[in-house]
Design a protein around this ligand. Structure first.
Ligand code: PAF
Length: 280
C-alpha cells in the first residue's frame, strides 16, 4: 500500500494510473475503520483496478466541537486493516493540507438538507460536500462507494455530483450490521458496556415499525416508535421520520411514495447514533 499525505503527490500518482488505463475505486472515510468500511472497500477493490482510501477526520462537518474531539482515531490499526484487504493507495492528509485557507464554499441542496440530519446539525452537509468534492478532485476516482447507513449523506453526494457535473459514479452499499442488528459505526466504540447492550433496541424498533406498516398509518406508527423509545430511559430520541427514499421529504400516507424509509437519530448516553430501514 502506498501512503500519501500531500495532495500534489497523490494527484500526480492517480493521473499517471488513469493515463495507463487503470480504473480507480475510492472509499472516503474518517478512519476508525470497521467491518462496514471494509465491505465498501472489498467491493471497490473487486470492481476496479486500484482501491484508493482516504482517512481524514473532516473538522468542518462537525457542528459540535466535543464530538470532533472525541471522534475515535487509530491510524496504525486502520493501516493494518487496509493492508489486510489489499488496499493499494491511502491518502491521509493533515487538516492544513486540506484547508490551507478558510472554507467559504456554500452549496445549496434545497430541501434535501433542511430535514433530519440537516435540521439538527447545521452546516454538517455543507462540510461533507466540501470535503467530498475536494477528495474527488484530488483522487479522480471512476467510482466512489458510500454506505446507506448515512442515507441522507448519500443523497447529498448524489446531488453534489449531479449539480457540479463531477465525472464519478456513486455506488450505494447496504448497511452492515453486527449479529445483534446494531448498524456498524465508528461511534459504537464510544458506547459503554451497558449502552452497547441496549443499542440493538434501535434496529429492533425499526423492524417493528416496518412490520406495523401493514396495520397502521404513518402518524400512529411514528407515535408508536416515539413511545417505544420513551419507554427506555437510556435513549433520548432526536427524531424518527418516515420519508420518501428519493427526496427525503416526510410522508403522511403510505400511498405518497413507492419507496418509504424510516430514519432514526437517537442518543444513547453521550453517543448519537443514526439508522434507517426500508419500510416500503
Ligand atoms: O461518512 C463519512 O465517514 C464522512 O462523512 C465522509 C464521507 C468520509 C466525509 O468526511
Amino acid at each position: 500500500m502506498i501512503t500519501f499525505s500531500k495532495i500534489s503527490n497523490i494527484n500526480s500518482f492517480v493521473r499517471e494510473q488513469r493515463s495507463q488505463g487503470k480504473t480507480l475505486g475510492f472509499v472516503p472515510t474518517m478512519g476508525a475503520l470497521h467491518k462496514g468500511h471494509l465491505e465498501l472497500m472489498k467491493r471497490a477493490k473487486q470492481e476496479n483496478d486500484l482501491l484508493v482510501v482516504s482517512i481524514f477526520v473532516n473538522p468542518i462537518q462537525f457542528n459540535n466541537p466535543d464530538d470532533l474531539k472525541k471522534y475515535p482515531r487509530d491510524i496504525n490499526q486502520d493501516k493494518k486493516l487496509l493492508e489486510s484487504i489489499g488496499c493499494d493507495v491511502l491518502f491521509a492528509p493533515a487538516v492544513e493540507e486540506m484547508y490551507p485557507d478558510k472554507v467559504v464554499k456554500k452549496y445549496n441542496f434545497g430541501t434535501l438538507e433542511t430535514v433530519m440530519e440537516g435540521a439538527s446539525r447545521s452546516g454538517h452537509f455543507n462540510g461533507v460536500a466540501v470535503v467530498v468534492h475536494k477528495l474527488f478532485d484530488i483522487t479522480l476516482p471512476h467510482k466512489a462507494y458510500f454506505g446507506e447507513k448515512d442515507y441522507q449523506q448519500l443523497a447529498i453526494i448524489k446531488k453534489l455530483v449531479e449539480m457540479e457535473a463531477i465525472p464519478v459514479k456513486i455506488i450505494p452499499c447496504p448497511i452492515v450490521r453486527e449479529t445483534d442488528g446494531l448498524a456498524m459505526s465508528s461511534r459504537n466504540t464510544r458506547l459503554t458496556f451497558e449502552e452497547r447492550a441496549s443499542a440493538p433496541y434501535i434496529y429492533q424498533t425499526l423492524k417493528r415499525a416496518r412490520k406495523s406498516n401493514e396495520t397502521i398509518c404513518p402518524g400512529p406508527l411514528k407515535q408508536m416508535v416515539i413511545n417505544m423509545f420513551e419507554a427506555r430511559e437510556e435513549f433520548d430520541l432526536e427524531y424518527f421520520e418516515l420519508a420518501d427514499g428519493e427526496n427525503l421529504q416526510p410522508i403522511n400516507s403510505w400511498s405518497a411514495s413507492t419507496e418509504i424509509l424510516g430514519f432514526v437519530a437517537v442518543k444513547l448516553g453521550n453517543v448519537r447514533l443514526i439508522d434507517n430501514i426500508r419500510i416500503i
